[in-house]
Design a protein around this ligand. Structure first.
Ligand code: FAD
Length: 432
């Protein structure tokens, strides 16, 4: 093996990889980050909500420097039937004051800024380097290759921060090939719209933002959700579903997004907005029950690559950053002991388990299976609820008692056992 081996090589310059590299470089460990994109963030996609507190814990003072869009002061939930919408919202003036709870941001801007910050701290970031495989010695990972002899790099530990569907994690034997029911596919579009129009349409004070999560018709009735988030002068709109459901139904996310944008409740929000960017990306949805191994001899896996996403609370980037930090801490300890075997790196899993990261995933471990086993939750029920609301709110000559009877009859078609099972199951999911 080459003598010029580094302390660590990080594959992927997303939030997980950059945070791991910063932790290592700050401790004086030689670290490089290899990124396949033209620049960090160029290939990255998200909806756009960055939570302040966890980000502040990793990047103190980030609000003063980072490219952020709008502070989010409101959370709206919308249930769509084929022609109607029911909305619930929470708008707090406390969210409208500093310290804010969350911001919208663009990954292209944020990741680039974050990587530049890491470089100031001593991290070397190399864009346009695609790692094609791992290098092995005596059953341990000892480096990476970009496919040719000059592209071989050696290190004590390789950090796999290559995002959802990590092929390198599979090569390292940390997980099997991800299955279609363990990944969601989401299509996202950025729509340019004047700031004043955004504020009028979403009833927002100047400069402030809202986050809208939309269920039911937004996903063609499949398990998943649509979203609209407000940026300074654009909207991020997207929708997606479990890959397995898309495959079984023969539907694709591009058509799903077009259909979502054409819904009568969505059209007035996006009318006249110009399409600026379109992308699609996977989100790991396996949850706690399908978490991979996080480490092996000479290698650790962080962020989306390790399946660390909490879909219920829309948390991904913060879990990615925290896992990157923990991986960095574990590698620093391993370096002090000179033990880069799985035993030497086991501290990484302990740190994850002690934190909210694994605890939160454990708490919602039944969620995806619960919702997936009940296709009627996102298809049949929104239609029934919408029809019940329409009948209840329609004023006619019909006596109210008879209207109520009709509404109850609507639900008569739903087996009582099923309704009871749904209610008990939902409580179980919430209770964890
Ligand atoms: C549509 C969508 C909406 C989302 N919305 C939110 C949200 O609102 N809030 C939130 O917190 N999270 C959200 N997430 C999740 C969040 O984006 C991820 O959890 C987070 O980006 C994970 O960070 P990461 O660093 O692990 O991976 P990534 O950000 O995916 O970074 C992986 C990096 O590795 C690089 N790479 C991959 N393979 C190689 C290779 N072989 N060689 C070199 N480089 C490689 C990639 O180019 C990329 O830069 C969303 C995700 C999607 C898809």
């Amino acid at each position: 093996m080459a003598d010029d081996r580094m302390d660590a090589i990080v594959v992927g310059a997303g939030p997980a990889g950059i945070t791991a590299a910063r932790e290592l470089a700050t401790a004086g460990l030689s670290t490089v980050v290899l990124e396949r994109g033209q620049f960090p963030g160029s290939k990255n996609v998200w909806g756009g909500i960055l939570y302040r507190e966890p980000t502040e814990a990793i990047i103190p003072g980030f609000e003063a420097e980072a490219p952020l869009e709008r502070p989010i002061i409101e959370q709206r939930y919308m249930l769509l039937s084929f022609d109607a919408a029911m909305t619930a919202s929470y708008k707090s003036m406390r969210f409208a004051e500093e310290p804010y709870n969350a911001y919208t941001a663009f990954r292209g801007d944020f990741d680039q800024w974050y990587a530049a910050k890491a470089e100031e701290e001593g991290v070397e970031v190399y864009p346009e380097f695609t790692v094609t495989d791992l290098l092995w010695e005596d059953g341990a990972v000892v480096g990476v290759t970009t496919g040719d002899a000059e592209g071989e790099l050696y290190a004590n530990v390789v950090v796999l921060a290559d995002g959802a569907n990590s092929l390198l994690g599979q090569r390292a034997g940390l997980h099997e090939e991800w299955q279609p029911d363990e990944q969601a596919l989401v299509a996202k579009e950025t729509l340019r719209l004047d700031a004043t129009k955004i504020e009028e349409r979403f009833n927002l004070p100047a400069g402030k933002g809202t986050a809208l999560e939309i269920f039911g018709e937004s996903t063609w009735g499949m398990l998943g959700y649509g979203f609209i988030y407000t940026n300074k002068d654009s909207l991020s709109i997207g929708t997606g579903a479990l890959l397995s459901d898309l495959i079984t139904s023969g539907r694709n996310v591009n058509d799903m997004l077009d259909r979502f944008k054409a819904h009568p409740a969505i059209v007035p929000l996006i009318e006249g907005a110009e399409s600026e960017e379109y992308s699609a990306h996977l989100i790991p949805e396996g949850g706690y029950n399908r978490l991979p191994r996080f480490y092996a001899d000479g290698v650790v896996m962080v962020g989306d690559a390790a399946g660390l996403v909490n879909p219920l609370n829309r948390e991904g980037a913060n879990l990615a950053m925290l896992s990157g930090k923990f991986a960095g801490m574990a590698i620093i300890e391993a370096t002090e002991c000179g033990d880069f075997s799985a035993t030497g790196l086991a501290r990484y899993r302990e740190l994850l388990e002690e934190s909210f990261v694994v605890k939160d995933l454990y708490k919602i471990r039944h969620m995806t299976d619960f919702a997936h086993d009940r296709p009627w939750l996102f298809g049949e029920y929104p239609e029934l609820i919408s029809e019940a609301a329409r009948r209840y709110l329609t004023v006619s000559g019909q006596p109210k008692a008879s209207v109520q009877k009709d509404i109850l009859k609507l639900f008569g078609g739903v087996p009582k056992k099923r309704l009871l099972g749904d209610a008990v199951g939902a409580l179980r999911v919430i209770k964890g």
